[in-house]
Design a protein around this ligand. Sequence first.
Ligand SMILES: [Zn+2]
Ligand SMILES: [Zn+2]
Length: 320
Amino acid sequence: MKIKLWGVRGSYPTPLKNEAIENKIYKALSLARPGDISSEEAVRKYIARLPYSTKHTYGGNTTCIEVRTSSGEIIIIDCGSGVAKLGRELMSEGFGQGKGTANIFITHTHWDHIHGLPFFPPIYVPGNNFNFYSPMPDLEDRLIYQHKNSHFPVPFEGMGATKRFFTVGVDEYFHINDVKIFSKLMPHPGGAYGIRIEDGNSVFVFSSDCEFSLNEMEKISSFDKLLRDADILVFDAQYTFDESVIDKFSWGHSSASIAIDIASSFNVKNLLLFHHDPEYDDDKLDSILYNANSYVQMNKNIRKDMTIDLAKEGDEFVLD
Ligand SMILES: [Zn+2]
Ligand SMILES: [Zn+2]
């Protein structure tokens, strides 16, 4: 199973601000020694050595994840703004000739999880097939609503690909060919569904847009089937701990420390902190990761063999 992150930002797309770009240039130039910039090759090598957040950004596009299973199925999780770029890449495959088929699982229809769909080029190409899966029985109506002419010039039916809708059960498995998929209702305003994809022995879990308050933590054992033994868990960590329990309590999102507690207790191997707050720049996200690792070191109950990282737009993972 291959996984690629096309959008990792929460709430709304977040382009880099001018001040942030200036800061990155300032940091890179401040760190450079004369030999680092003596030739084009030296400059390239120097850039390669720079810290991630100095030379890159964690990403500004909203939720979209591409999963390719070992049998070649494409499963797209959510259609935030990241799906536009994924769509342009798919157009260079069979989707450009109307010969593509992909499955799309929609976790919920908050704008940041569907607002990229009108800008997804393959869905305009007749001959392509998109199978939509969701526990929401009215998903098609919700997507049609997004395309009403008061919101977008092309109606949902006007996009030429064939679109089929499948309502799946909650707390039970469904199958896409030989892949087992399980979905679970998460604590989030209006509801959102976590998804577990099992491909052979590999397990990928996407669990964003979820708020685990102390009340929810008392019921955490009911999430065992979703989270247990995931090779990769993508988990909502939009807020800092203080925000999640005080200022932004009941806004529907969790924090890194809550994500770590939960991931560790369910024997997750790799945790990716996801749904970055649009107000957080790359430096702030660095500090969140630093604090997350400090939290692990200070807390003897957290497993030390679990890796923790920030979800980065463009990152790819392969699970055997
Ligand atoms: Zn969201
Ligand atoms: Zn949401």
